[in-house]
Design a protein around this ligand. Structure first.
Ligand code: SAM
Length: 271
């Protein structure tokens, strides 16, 4: 039965409000010194102080996506000179129109932010596809693959929190990669956040942030990080992204491109 309009309207608002929670968490990290962001305060109405484990989790996600984005922008062949503060030419963020148009207005009214837009294409989705039904997720991933022949799709998302560990976790990561490959992306790699944090986020940065707050929630931290992942999918019509991505994945990516079954298919999900 269809839900009453008022219900679905308030549901929509509640779901959109999770974006405000996420922004507030990012501001909490900035205030504690985990990361630098000169703009996030513009989108937070009510600043809050998050717990150390939440701050550390947001930091891990920010550090991983930032490093991948910088790799993308570093592609010298595209004529993009490294500049820490720059954003890609085409940056597609998936969300409700109400949410993205607020961000667009902010960018347009803030010269500082507008001047950061430069060259190239990236698609980013952080904790959004998880809210959609599988058909809609596939449609978005398929459409972006067709629309952008030289692009990277960044994804940060939960991997089924109720699933057991071990094989199921690995299958979940493989399912993320499969989602992209089935929808026409040339290569796709998914790592859980524990592996991302230990093997991709800079050791120096980890040491720095691990001293910022008292932290004794190690068990919860490991569990939480194993239930989130970073995945990226690559369309590389111009051969620009051969060296892009997590370390030691070249062989695996090559296999995926050639559609060869990977004998060590757990390599992106075990460590
Ligand atoms: C946890 S927030 C993440 C916000 C932001 N991407 C971030 O990571 O900081 C989840 C986001 O999913 C969006 N969302 C949920 N369902 C959606 C749908 N059906 N269509 C578009 N966006 C949706 C919400 O509006 C919300 O901004």
């Amino acid at each position: 039965m269809a839900k009453p309009v008022s219900d679905s309207h308030s549901n929509r608002e509640a779901v959109q409000a999770t974006n405000d929670d996420a922004s507030a968490s990012k501001l909490s990290c900035v205030k504690k010194g985990y990361m630098k962001d000169d703009y996030v305060h513009c989108v937070v109405r009510r600043p809050v102080r998050r717990s150390p484990i939440i701050n550390r989790g947001y930091f891990a996600r920010w550090a991983a996506l930032r490093k991948l984005l910088n790799q993308f922008l570093d592609t010298e062949k595209m004529g993009v000179k490294r500049d820490e503060g720059r954003a890609p030419h085409l940056y597609v963020e998936l969300d409700f129109k109400e949410v993205t148009s607020k961000k667009t207005t902010l960018i347009e009214t803030c010269n500082h932010l507008r001047d950061k837009i430069s060259a190239t294409a990236s698609i980013s989705q952080e904790c959004v596809l998880i809210y959609l039904d599988p058909d809609s997720s596939r449609a978005i991933v398929g459409w972006t693959s067709k629309a952008f022949s030289t692009a990277i799709f960044f994804l940060y998302e939960q991997i089924h929190p109720d699933d057991a560990f071990g094989q199921q976790m690995i299958r979940n990561l493989e399912a993320k990669e499969k989602l992209f490959l089935d929808q026409g992306w040339q290569r796709a790699v998914a790592w859980d956040m524990l592996k991302v944090y230990s093997n991709f986020v800079e050791a120096q940065e980890r040491r720095r942030i691990e001293r910022l707050e008292l932290f004794d929630e190690f068990e919860e931290w490991y569990m939480m990080q194993e239930h989130y992942c970073v995945a990226y999918a690559i369309n590389d019509a111009m051969g620009l992204f051969e060296d892009f991505g997590f370390p030691n994945n070249q062989q695996k990516q090559q296999q995926q491109m050639q559609n060869v079954p990977n004998p060590s298919s757990t390599s992106s999900s075990s460590y």
